[in-house]
Design a protein around this ligand. Structure first.
Ligand SMILES: [Zn+2]
Length: 80
């Protein structure tokens, strides 16, 4: 997995707790949870960093830079 650079927040935005954990993963599987359609590579789902608050359970996902680089030009995504 490549290095990810999401914002560094040491406090949970939901409960104010400080028990945050993180890992990296893929934004989908062949069977479920395709979070970033069109932003991965051929046969590879986009990479995300996942952060979880151990106090309240809030889960946050951050798209990897490679996925963000494709976002503005992807036909699957429209700006709000
Ligand atoms: Zn929390």
């Amino acid at each position: 997995m490549s290095e990810l650079q999401p914002p560094v927040l040491s406090t949970c935005p939901e409960c104010g707790g400080h028990s945050l954990y993180q890992t990296t993963g893929r934004a989908g599987t062949p069977h479920a949870n395709l979070l970033l359609p069109g932003l991965g590579s051929f046969l590879t789902y986009a990479e995300v960093q996942i952060r979880v608050c151990a106090d309240c359970g809030l889960i946050r996902y951050y798209a990897a830079p490679a996925a963000l680089a494709k976002l503005r030009t992807s036909p699957r995504w429209q700006p709000l």
